[in-house]
Ligand binder design. Sequence first.
Ligand code: PLP
Length: 404
Amino acid sequence: MTSPTPRRRRPATELVHGGTLRSQFNETSEALFLTQGFVYGSAEEAEARFLNLSPGYQYSRFSNPTVTMFEERMAILEGSEVARATATGMAAVTAALLSQLSAGDHVVAAKALFGSCRYIVEDLAPRFGIAATLVDGADLDQWRDAVRPNTRAFFLESPTNPTLEVYDIAAIADIAHEVGARLVVDNVFATPIFQSPLELGADVVVYSATKHIDGQGRCLGGVVCCSKAFLDKHLQVFIRQTGPSISPFNAWVLLKGLETLPVRVERQSATAARLADVLAAHPAVTRVIYPGRADHPQAATVARQMKGGSSLICFEVAGGKAGAFAVENGLEIIRISNNLGDAKSLVTHPATTTHQRLTPEARAELGISDGMIRLSVGLEDPDDLVEDLAAALDRVRPAAAAAE
Ligand SMILES: *Cc1c(COP(=O)(O)O)cnc(C)c1O
């Protein structure tokens, strides 16, 4: 008799058990291998390990058992053949792009990128002979028109930071594949719980694990999810030789973070949906952008490609910068920070912080106004968050009215 095919386990189960490597002590919780290196039983074994003839670990810049557990669990969650962890989200983006590109290549990227991602394509890559064209990600014709014979990669994030625009990943993947380019998606804002870019046709998915995957604001980390062929041809050697490797300690924190990821993200998004409605109804708020609302500019795409609305809300208050600052300063529970995906609810004023580097024209082009605030919804009691926001907005209303 043949043994029964193992039942496919659902994501929440995999996030608790997937990828676990138990040591000889059979610990319940995943072990933290806080070691730089590994000893060999003999000179012959060391030789074989370096020739890749014997399995096992060599040095934690290349791989480490705790890091492997985190990578395996991420690959299972994302549905990718493999995953590789990095020290930060930016290290993951840099490795995913630069490992596959060379001088003479061309990249097409959506303009609405996380600030540092924009630096990689707009400033860094061109210094090494990799040209880049930035497009409005929502306009498929712009992606098509930007293609050149040497286009090798498309790059986007969706929903975008901070205006939560949502791009049609399947359609953009088709345009990329017609010309033999790969689509790289930064999936931080959607989280792996609400969006699976690989199923939509993307080739590589990158995360800042610093955000929802940690989820408690403790450590930095990144992940690249891709095919075994991409790993073997491009990524593995790049990470091994340039060294953006993650600390085993941080990988362990992130591995444990994955166990509670669906519970946290679902709760945060449910609260965000409620807060978005509260904001939309408040007279001091002139605009609310939330992917879960029917009035989102790309609501049809959201419905097609996302399983949830996200834990982030973007809103605009009357009175420009003064109005936005008054709201931020009037909050008591929600704190001012540029981080997101944390258990703590956080607000940021993109125009003066994360997007300060851009010219006023570039900000206007991205729809980032002076009255705009990004809210990352945490795990506090939703009633307390509603009260905190309402109190801060109420205090602003007279000031905003005076400023108009
Ligand atoms: C935070 C973030 C990054 C960078 O991640 P780090 O871990 O801070 O290096 C990249 N992309 C997006 C969308 C992010 O939110």
